[in-house]
Structure formats: structure tokens, C-alpha cells
Design a protein around this ligand. Structure first.
Ligand SMILES: C[S@@+](CC[C@H](N)C(=O)[O-])C[C@H]1O[C@@H](n2cnc3c(N)ncnc32)[C@H](O)[C@@H]1O
Length: 286
């Protein structure tokens, strides 16, 4: 009897692919209605990697333009790259005042952190301006990337920000304490000449890449169904080196021999200004 119950629990546990571990232990049985189900691992993607790349490149190019004016040492390296921008980007103007302007101009919406609509849910993420069409890249999940075999025990204690990817890769999106120290240290280590390979400003109240607040998106409920979902995105080799400085992820280990793992949040439907973003912390792969 006990063995059967244990076996059933083990099978159920194994099928949960995205999980914030402490949260799921407490809430596994509470809102089964909101579970997201996919039939195969490869079918978990709502939009293609190419579409995600295009959205990120569009935003990052506008950010580079605005920040280029502030970073003299990078200007020479960027000049070549900037000469390649398309006429579409020209219309965004030479110097957007901040990341939010860049986001509105390039993607057509802004997101920001504010107190959640849900009682006792702390901070959430809202669309504050513009309009998000279905299938848009709405946010990024920042943090240190641990391969499935790498140790994360100390950093994961009482940490609700550890996100588990479909393949067991973990992303620690906590912007405080030891998690913050680890991210900064790994980011400083990976610098290539004048180029930063990742962005540490998501650890502050004002991230340069305004998409990098996805770790604050709350779980959906029966009253508030999910309007975004998580999607793994491996940064392709051809991603311009000048634009890595806006990626809010870094590998824990310098020896990782695979593309940098990022996770983006993609809209499941059209979302209008004033709406809070809700994801589904659980995905079942059948
Ligand atoms: C990844 S964090 C999300 C950011 C969090 N709201 C904060 O302010 O730090 C996950 C934590 O948010 C809270 N949370 C997320 N969704 C919730 C919900 N639907 N109801 C209540 N609390 C929620 C839980 O405390 C959970 O452990």
C-alpha cells in the first residue's frame, strides 16, 4: 500500500519539468487545473529560437545605441557593428533615454516590477505600456546557469528562485546573498577583452536589459490563468559578441562545453497594459 503510493508520487514528481522546488513541494496538489501539458520535450516551444533571437537582437541593438554614448572604451568596437543596423532601427532614434524607452520602441511594450495583484505573493511583473501580441518574447529569466551535474546545494537553501529547465539545467535567479555574489564573480571571470559576456545590472533595481525581470513573474491560479510560459533558449554561436553584454545569464562553470542557456517567457495570448504576467510553475511532459 505504502509502496504503491510512493511509486505513484515518484512517477508524478518525475513528470514535472519546470519547477521552483520549495514552492512545488507546498503547492503540488493546490491548483492542478492550471497545469501546462506538452506531449514531447521538443514541443514545449511556443515560438522558434529564430523568433526569440530576432526579438532579443532588435532590443539589444537599440540598447547598444543608447549605451554606446556612455561607454567610450567600447565605441570603436561597436562602430563597425552599428554601421550594420537596418533602416527599421534608424527610426527608433539615436539615443533612447533608458531601457524602457528602448523596449517600447523596439518591441512595442514595457514591463516592470510592481506589487502583485495576488495577496501574499510579493512582487510581480506587469505590462506597463503598449501591447504584447501572442507569441512575443516578454521577459527573460536571469541568473547563474548550473548544469544538471553541478553542485548548487548552498545557493539553493531557502531560495525560491531556482528554476529547473526541461533537461535538468538549473538557473538561480536570486538577486540577493550568495546567489548574487556567485553571479557577479562568474560574470567578471568571463569578460573577453573590452566585452562583457553578461549583464550584472539585473541584480539592481534598474536592469539595463529591461526584459531581465522574469524571475519575479508569479504562478497562475484558477482566477488568474497563465498568460506567459517559459521556453529554453540556447544562445547561438552567431549571436554578436557586442550584444552578449545584455544577456542576464552566465555559466557557473567556465568549462561548460555547450551554448549558454537562457530562458525566456513567451506570451500565450495578447496582453494589454495594466495586466500582470502569470506563468505556470509546472509543466508536465507526457
Ligand atoms: C520565483 S519567486 C516569484 C517572485 C516573488 N513574488 C517575490 O516577490 O520574490 C516565487 C515565489 O513567489 C511567491 N508566489 C508565486 N506565485 C504565487 C501565487 N500564485 N500565490 C502566492 N505566492 C506566490 C511564492 O512565495 C514563491 O515561492
Amino acid at each position: 500500500m505504502f509502496r504503491t503510493a510512493l511509486k505513484r508520487f515518484q512517477n508524478k514528481w518525475k513528470s514535472y519539468r519546470h519547477r521552483f522546488v520549495p514552492w512545488i513541494i507546498l503547492n503540488l496538489s493546490k491548483n492542478e487545473k492550471t497545469l501546462r501539458q506538452v506531449t514531447e520535450r521538443t514541443k514545449d516551444k511556443l515560438v522558434s529560437d529564430e523568433e526569440v533571437s530576432q526579438s532579443l537582437l532588435k532590443l539589444f541593438r537599440v540598447l547598444l545605441r543608447s549605451h554606446g554614448a556612455d561607454h567610450g572604451e567600447l565605441r570603436a568596437a561597436q562602430t563597425h557593428f552599428l554601421s550594420q543596423v537596418t533602416s527599421e532601427e534608424e527610426q527608433y532614434g539615436r539615443n533612447p533615454a533608458c531601457g524602457h524607452d528602448a523596449m517600447l520602441q523596439s518591441l512595442g511594450f514595457c514591463i516592470d516590477r510592481q506589487p502583485s495583484t495576488l495577496p501574499f505573493a510579493g512582487t510581480g511583473v506587469y505590462v506597463t505600456k503598449g501591447f504584447v501580441p501572442k507569441g512575443a518574447t516578454v521577459a527573460m529569466y536571469p541568473g547563474t546557469v548550473y548544469q544538471a551535474y553541478e553542485p548548487i546545494l548552498l545557493q539553493s537553501i531557502r531560495n525560491p528562485f531556482v528554476f529547473r529547465c526541461i533537461d535538468g539545467v538549473l538557473i538561480d535567479g536570486n538577486d540577493k546573498g550568495i546567489s548574487k555574489m556567485v553571479f557577479k564573480s562568474c560574470s567578471g571571470r568571463d569578460r573577453v577583452g573590452p566585452f562583457m559576456m553578461s549583464d550584472t545590472s539585473w541584480l539592481t533595481a534598474t536592469p539595463q536589459n529591461p526584459l531581465a525581470v522574469g524571475q519575479y513573474v508569479n504562478n497562475c491560479s484558477n482566477e488568474w490563468p497563465a498568460n506567459v510560459c517559459y521556453q529554453e533558449y540556447d544562445v547561438p554561436d552567431e549571436f554578436p559578441i557586442e550584444l552578449h553584454q545584455y544577456l542576464p545569464n552566465v555559466n557557473y562553470s567556465q568549462d561548460t562545453r555547450r551554448p549558454l542557456r537562457c530562458v525566456v517567457l513567451v506570451s500565450l495570448r495578447d496582453i494589454t497594459a495594466g495586466e500582470e504576467l502569470f506563468s505556470n510553475y509546472y509543466t508536465i511532459v507526457r
